[in-house]
Design a protein around this ligand. Structure first.
Ligand SMILES: *Cc1c(COP(=O)(O)O)cnc(C)c1O
Length: 422
């Protein structure tokens, strides 16, 4: 693989044909796909491992990895094999009937994270919605909260998805404005502030919903002891601790779960993204029987949730994580990434936050927006995504090679030099 290679043939005709292919696809997309995203002008046609190739034959290093949905790399052979094998057997039964993959998937996933039961869904937002329902039901049934009074505490700056209820407790005006009326029952407190959280708890509080590291907010890591404090406080107040590990979980931070960095065991894990290996959407709410057991037939469901194809891929993902190899690799490569990024501090980078192979990089806003940096990085063969303002997020696949990782950091250095030269 040769990241940053431009066009393989240098004949002018080939270049022009290739360019017009990108342009016509961009125009078609612009015209027929709703404008709910603002992608970079690169049209991916193929991908493998940490690399993607566009319709012009140019390859790029993928430093976003599908917002951590492709933690194990594009087209991981073990995951593709599991999917292919299951594709030929049975792909969908609906939950009206059992299938022979769901039970094993649930048992293996629950064992991986140390819980008893799994509620399978498809997307991350659905897992969050599911957890909100389960927590409310648990509050009424187990805690004895008066009907309709359940409160869930969330953190400022959160990102849990974009459905109607979830945006109701978002403070991102772009995601929220114009989509009311909003679902009530949520209380927002500053992220990382244990005292504020303690003040917000009432007898009607059923859950605290948090990302152990806020991804979309810019890979914000809460102060040491915060998650442990949340655990202690919620235990004492008989409140469920729901950890949204949809982006932070499954190897990304160098552990199976980001909560492990603080030796914290929440009541409920929300998983998604990498759980589907980048092949199919798979999400899950994972908890003990005393929590998930509150649901009875008909109270929640999904036609596709727990389907045999998703379950087979999910099992293969769990299989990769059982070895511990990916977690170790993410930790080791994370140290390399961090060392490389730290060298850019004072050279256009004003702050770096990272855990494992997941970094938030604040660029000097005088220099450029995150978007401008990403556009320039793409020209140098690296695809990355900005979050807010001048913050970049680097989260390459865990299978990335050391040289590839260094290449990515070097391209950021190059872009910063270009910008500082003006
Ligand atoms: C991506 C994400 C979600 C939503 O997942 P979708 O699959 O996009 O619905 C929820 N929570 C967190 C922390 C996420 O990163």
């Amino acid at each position: 693989m040769n990241p940053g290679t431009t066009i393989s043939e240098d004949s002018m005709t080939a270049v022009e044909t290739a360019t017009s292919r990108t342009e016509s696809l961009l125009a078609q997309t612009e015209q027929h796909v709703a404008h709910n995203y603002h992608p970079l002008d690169v049209i991916v046609a193929e991908a493998s491992g940490a690399t993607v190739t566009d319709v012009e034959g140019r390859s790029y290093l993928d430093f976003l990895a599908g917002y951590s949905a492709t933690n194990f790399g594009h087209c991981h052979p073990a995951l593709i094999a599991a999917a292919e094998e299951q594709l030929r057997r049975v792909t969908l039964t609906s939950r009206a009937f059992h299938n022979d993959q769901l039970g094993p998937f649930a048992a293996e996933l629950a064992a991986l994270v140390g819980k008893e039961m799994v509620l399978p869904m498809n997307t991350g937002a659905e897992a969050v919605e599911t957890a909100v329902k389960v927590a409310r039901k648990w509050g009424y049934q187990v805690k004895g909260v008066p009907d309709g009074k359940a409160e869930i505490i969330v953190a400022a700056g959160n990102f849990h998805g974009r459905t109607t209820t979830i945006i109701s407790f978002s403070d991102d005006e772009t995601a929220r404005a114009g989509f009311g009326p909003y679902t009530p029952g949520f209380v927002t407190v500053p992220y990382g502030d244990l005292a504020a959280l303690a003040r917000a708890v009432t007898p009607n509080t059923v859950a605290v919903l948090l990302e152990p590291i806020q991804g979309e907010a810019g890979v914000l890591i809460p102060p040491a002891g915060y998650l442990a404090g949340v655990r202690e406080l919620t235990r004492q107040a008989q409140v469920l601790f729901l950890a949204d590990e949809i982006q932070s979980g499954l190897g990304r931070t160098g552990r199976t779960l980001a909560c492990e960095h603080e030796n914290v065991v929440p009541d409920v894990y929300l998983l998604g993204k990498a759980l589907g290996g980048g092949i199919v959407p798979v999400s899950a709410v994972v908890a003990d029987r005393d929590v998930l057991g509150v649901l009875q037939p008909g109270q929640h469901g999904s036609t596709f949730g727990g389907n045999p194809l998703a379950s087979a891929v999910g099992r293969a993902v769990v299989g990769l994580l059982q070895t511990g190899e990916y977690q170790q690799r993410a930790a080791r490569l994370g140290d390399q990434l961090r060392a490389g990024l730290d060298q850019l501090l004072g050279h256009g980078v004003v702050a770096v936050r990272s855990r494992g192979l997941w970094a938030g990089i604040d660029i000097d806003p005088e220099l450029a927006t995150g978007r401008e940096i990403c556009t320039r990085l793409a020209r140098y063969g690296v695809l990355a995504k900005d979050t807010h303002g001048s913050t970049l997020r680097f989260a390459p696949a865990i299978v990335i090679g050391e040289k590839q990782l260094q290449f990515g950091v070097d391209q950021l250095a190059r872009v910063l030099v270009d910008l500082r030269r003006g």
